[in-house]
Design a protein around this ligand. Structure first.
Ligand SMILES: Cc1cc2nc3c(=O)[nH]c(=O)nc-3n(C[C@H](O)[C@H](O)[C@H](O)COP(=O)(O)OP(=O)(O)OC[C@H]3O[C@@H](n4cnc5c(N)ncnc54)[C@H](O)[C@@H]3O)c2cc1C
Length: 640
């Protein structure tokens, strides 16, 4: 195990020899395909027409470490000259708007290699019957801070792997514009997230079904969840073992404060639950993590990397989809920018959008599907007028309370350079220690009112604190210079709704994100009740004995008005944007049907968090992966 870890670090950090070259190619936009020695050709020269005697082909070998080379060849009759394994991809031109067609034919084109897109790529290619192209705007996930679980603090503001969106100034957040990280690399947000593995409450899925979406009730999704996971605790009626995605029980190396937190929750009236994803979600407990052997278990690692060995899957990184191409009302392909040139990939069967809850509605709008008046205002042709595209945006809002502690916390371990060196060496040699985990070790679900039918608030416990932020970093690896504890909260089913709209018709411009946090009285009232619970937990003996003082918001903040002003000023996204192209039976209030097909169009589906009918009570990676799994099942069934 330790040898493996050293090899991983060498590959990612030192980037040596053939591995080094493979990583570099991947970053520059390599086509990653199954089988050794596969290659793609590019017509070298803008707008060269297939068959033109002048057109030259730049052939780049791919899929084999260190084998990149260039040579020139003539194109004959628009198809690959010479050996069959070369395929020709004429170059288009972004500035002139010329688009070149990818001569390789595909059955399915998937946009976005995120949580859902990676699963789709795996499931749709497993039988070998279909040829699939997966387009990803970002690059490789073979990076040290992606593979190292706690490294996600370093990715939080890193534009190399993150879209780094900013919302409009939000009145509900005291006028502040929130930072919205979204993954931009293989694995998407599952490659930069905090790895907490939560399915949500079983009733969330029954709500989905009751809203007119057959096939999405708890009885339907439970078998899918069991099939896709490899739960460390072993299979039972709720959990699965032997599936592609390993879920760690996270029982080793827990910080002692986690046990004090669990004791304090019990004293505060929230007893423990052994498995948030099992029989009972409600209660306090230890978070399960998408981590295996001390490395992040992203959707790319679990599903995509194994599938990339198949010859019928092409993965194109640094390929930014600019619009879906239609013939009449049928989607027939995707236009995308790759290496500065515009390409068109044709889909014989379907186009599937998996760009996530921000980018999928943006791409639909850029393709003429969305609120007609808005699109027309940007000079975009309107193919299908549906105001729900980008609407119904849901997200969990959260914040932390912070205490100075009398006992040792992770701050003292992670802050000094020698502490980092020690935990770094431990991670490299054994795959264990704080770097192999999420910063959220403990958690919980509770009701702010005992009359509620199910928990409406989620808890996060962190044996560290970051009151003194550093510019441009989420200072998980550089915490406060004193012992600190944070207890965090987020709402489970907010009633406020935001919107994704366009800032411009430029496909490379960020969309406009209106979060609209705490826009309803109900959301404000339940958060007010919830922050009081944080103080109740901290006041119970196992924790209270270890606490020196409350630092933030501090004891001076005590009236309801002060507590509300504080959480408006300090809340922010907990990164669970969803529902922006939601599922439903009727185009009047949804975008896709229960089989994820866009209402009113053919050959086009949405399969990612934007298709959630409503936001679930819990984190959103597992349900996004579920979307990919169930979506692929439906696509294959419909293919006959
Ligand atoms: C910082 C952070 C922490 C989080 N922590 C947790 C957690 O602990 N637990 C949890 O369950 N959830 C967590 N989440 C949320 C969870 O990861 C996401 O909800 C989930 O990954 C969304 O999956 P998706 O498939 O909808 O989109 P994504 O995984 O975001 O994938 C979308 C992909 O599409 C690509 N793409 C977008 N537009 C284009 C385009 N035009 N052309 C080509 N490619 C495109 C993107 O680059 C990206 O790779 C977190 C998210 C973030 C950002």
């Amino acid at each position: 195990m330790s040898q493996q870890r050293i090899r991983l670090a060498q590959r990612v950090e030192h980037r040596r020899d053939g591995q080094h070259r493979r990583l570099r190619q991947d970053k520059q936009g390599e086509d990653l395909r199954g089988g050794k020695g596969r290659a793609l050709g590019h017509v070298n020269g803008l707008g060269a027409r297939p068959g033109s005697r002048k057109a030259l082909v730049r052939v780049q070998r791919t899929g084999r470490a260190g084998a990149s080379r260039k040579r020139h060849r003539r194109v004959a009759n628009g198809s690959a000259a010479g050996r069959a394994r070369w395929c020709i991809r004429p170059r288009g031109d972004v500035r002139s708007g010329r688009v070149a067609t990818d001569a390789a034919g595909y059955d399915y084109v998937i946009v976005g290699a995120g949580s859902a897109g990676c699963v789709l790529a795996d499931r749709l290619t497993a039988s070998g019957r279909y040829r699939v192209l997966l387009l990803e705007a970002g690059g490789t996930d073979r990076r040290l801070f992606v593979q190292m679980p706690l490294g996600y603090g370093k990715l939080f503001h890193d534009p190399a792997v993150n879209w780094c969106y900013r919302t409009e100034p939000d009145p509900g957040l005291a006028g502040q514009a929130d930072h919205w990280p979204r993954g931009k690399l293989l694995g998407g947000s599952s490659s930069i997230n905090a790895m907490v593995w939560i399915r949500g409450h079983s009733s969330d899925y029954d709500d989905w079904q009751a809203a007119g979406n057959p096939g999405w009730g708890w009885a339907d999704v439970l078998p899918a969840y069991r099939a896709l996971e490899d739960w460390e605790g072993g299979a039972d009626e709720f959990r699965g073992a032997g599936g592609p995605l390993h879920v760690s029980a996270n029982r080793r190396d827990l910080h002692p404060l986690t046990h004090a937190y669990l004791g304090a929750c019990a004293e505060a009236g929230l007893p423990g639950t052994p498995d948030f994803n099992g029989a009972q979600q409600e209660g306090a407990g230890v978070y399960q993590l998408s981590v295996k052997g001390g490395r992040r278990m992203s959707a790319a690692r679990a599903f995509l990397r194994p599938a990339m060995r198949r010859a019928n899957l092409t993965v194109r990184t640094h390929a930014h989809a600019t619009r879906v191409v239609f013939e009449g009302r049928r989607a027939v392909g995707v236009e995308y920018r790759h290496k500065g040139a515009l390409q068109l990939a044709r889909a014989g069967r379907e186009v599937i959008l998996s760009g996530g809850a921000v980018n999928t509605p943006q791409l639909l709008m850029l393709s003429g599907v969305g609120p007609g008046a808005d699109l027309a205002a940007f000079g975009l042709p309107v193919l299908l007028d549906n105001a729900n595209v980008g609407g119904n945006l849901c997200d969990h809002q959260g914040l932390n309370y912070t205490w100075r502690m009398k006992t040792r916390t992770l701050n003292e371990v992670l802050r000094p350079w020698w502490g980092k060196a020690l935990v770094g060496a431990r991670w490299l040699l054994t795959g264990r220690g704080p770097l192999s985990m999420s910063i959220n070790q403990g958690g919980g679900f509770f009701r702010t009112d005992p009359g509620l039918p199910r928990p409406n608030m989620q808890l996060y416990m962190q044996a560290f604190s970051t009151l003194l932020p550093r510019a441009g970093e989420r200072p998980i690896l550089t915490p406060d210079p004193f012992p600190g504890l944070s207890l965090g909260l987020s709402n489970c089913r907010p009633t406020s709704r935001g919107r994704i709209s366009l800032h411009s018709a430029d496909p490379f411009a960020a969309p406009r994100i209106t979060a609209n946090a705490y826009a309803t009285e109900a959301d404000v009232a339940e958060m007010l009740a919830a922050v009081k619970m944080l103080r109740r937990i901290a006041a119970q003996p196992p924790l209270a004995d270890l606490i020196a003082e409350e630092l933030r918001p501090g004891p001076a903040v005590s009236s309801d008005a002060e507590l509300i002003a504080d959480f408006r000023a300090r809340s922010g996204t907990v990164y669970h944007a969803s529902c922006s192209a939601r599922m439903g039976p009727d185009a009047a209030d949804s975008v896709v049907d229960a089989r994820l097909r866009v209402h009113g169009l053919a050959g086009l589906r949405v399969c990612d968090a934007s298709a959630f009918p409503t936001l679930i009570g819990g984190n959103t990676n597992a349900p996004s992966i579920l979307m990919g799994w169930k979506g692929a099942q439906m696509i294959l069934e419909d293919a006959g």
